[in-house]
Ligand binder design. Structure first.
Ligand SMILES: *Cc1c(COP(=O)(O)O)cnc(C)c1O
Length: 384
């Protein structure tokens, strides 16, 4: 659920914006938001935009990508679509079963004469194998950039995610750790690239009445930036709440054979915005989907992720070039992963309640197996 910073502060800023008459086009709030995000990420440049999907598209275009770009399939569909929308072919790669991140050994095998880039994803805020991907990119002269939508405020090898590869893109959508209602940021240490991206997101204008690139309109508006700044002011607090919830979930669900928690490296900073469980149907005796149905029957917004992987979604699945690809780890994870609610609105009582439902479903797995949401509602009504 969305975490919200101080409401009064935000509303005052909205008043200020309305009074100023400066609603968009790089006003003071967008400038301040870019500056704050660059400080946090320890990068030279941040360009704020309307969302991460468009920010990824613009970055791919500014990097001059064409032909094929290698991406994981176990990610949000936007990672692939930002390429396809520009008629660049996403080439799907499998992930590592432990880290859920793209497997560099497989990346190298997917390189063809048409490959121009690699788009890595730091899934669940855990840095992907940046060093191995960088080596491959350098060896084959490919552009490496990252979808860091999950990884705001996270580290990789002790360094803030944001400065790796040519550029990294963050999402500030309402579902993310820090949000601007909708928003995205491109972070980079490259002066020339930053300048090109900044121009492309404003129609390609380099000065008044003068364009140099094909551009679009991807600007962030002032009210979004104000929301972002208000939320950033509470970033440590949101992180602490997520950590508390994470530990409570682990405590309440301890010792269930067949439910495994995604582990986080204690030496790295992680925003813990995703409470990731993996359900092993063979061991637990009940499927991930029945557990999800049970939670939905109680109006708990838990979700499967990424189900199915991008290669099994349109417009990719029915294209002949994807027909023969086989991504066993992605397919297996798509059947196992469940993300439980967390974020500032989720209290310890909520966590205890959600876990009691999961325990109820597991305890009654023989009767509840393969039940749909309505059948599960009836089962819960009987015990209530
Ligand atoms: C949320 C998300 C996006 C899209 O971000 P928007 O800001 O909603 O466009 C892209 N990639 C990943 C991995 C995401 O989780």
């Amino acid at each position: 659920m969305p975490s919200l910073g101080d409401r009064e502060t935000f509303l005052q800023q909205v008043e200020e914006i309305l009074d100023s008459g400066h609603f968009t086009n790089g006003g003071r709030f967008v400038q301040e938001f870019e500056k704050r995000v660059a400080e946090i990420l320890e990068v030279k440049h941040c360009v704020a935009m309307c969302n991460a999907t468009i920010a990824l598209e613009i970055t791919a275009r500014a990097l001059g990508l064409t032909g094929e770009v290698i991406v994981p399939s176990f990610t949000y569909i936007a990672t692939a679509n930002c390429l396809q929308w520009q008629e660049i072919t996403p080439v799907f790669c499998d992930v590592d079963p432990e880290t859920h991140n793209m497997d560099p050994a497989q990346v190298e095998r997917l390189i063809t004469p048409r490959t121009t880039g690699i788009l890595g994803v730091h899934l669940w805020g855990r840095g992907c194998d940046v060093e191995a991907l960088q080596q491959i990119a350098t060896k084959w002269n490919l552009q490496l950039f990252f979808d860091a939508s999950h990884a705001f405020g996270c580290t990789h090898n002790g360094k803030m995610i944001g400065g790796f590869g040519r550029a990294e893109v963050f999402s500030f959508n309402a579902a993310k750790f820090i949000h601007c209602f909708e928003g995205g940021v491109v972070a980079t240490n490259d002066d020339v690239l930053a300048n090109r991206i900044r121009k492309m997101q404003n129609f390609g204008f380099t000065k008044f009445d003068h364009t140099e690139y094909l551009g679009v309109n991807a600007k962030m508006i002032e009210i979004s930036a104000a929301m972002g700044l208000t939320n950033l002011a509470r970033m440590e607090y949101f992180e602490a709440i997520n950590r508390r919830n994470f530990e409570l979930y682990r405590e309440h669900l301890k010792g269930i054979d067949g439910i495994e928690f995604l582990s986080y490296d204690e030496n790295e900073r992680n925003n813990l915005q995703y409470m990731v469980l993996m359900v092993d149907k063979a061991r637990l005796g009940i499927s991930r989907d029945t557990i999800l149905n049970g939670l939905h029957a109680q109006n708990i917004i838990a979700r499967s992720y990424f189900n199915p992987g991008c290669h099994r979604m349109e417009p990719y699945r029915s294209q002949s070039k994807y027909a023969s690809i086989h991504l066993p780890v992605t397919d297996s994870l798509s059947d196992k992963v469940i993300c439980l609610p967390t974020g500032a609105p989720i209290s310890p009582t909520d966590v205890a309640y959600i876990c009691s439902i999961i325990r109820f479903i597991v305890a009654n797995r023989h009767t509840l197996m393969d039940s749909n949401v309505n059948q599960l509602k009836k089962s819960f009504a009987k015990v209530a």
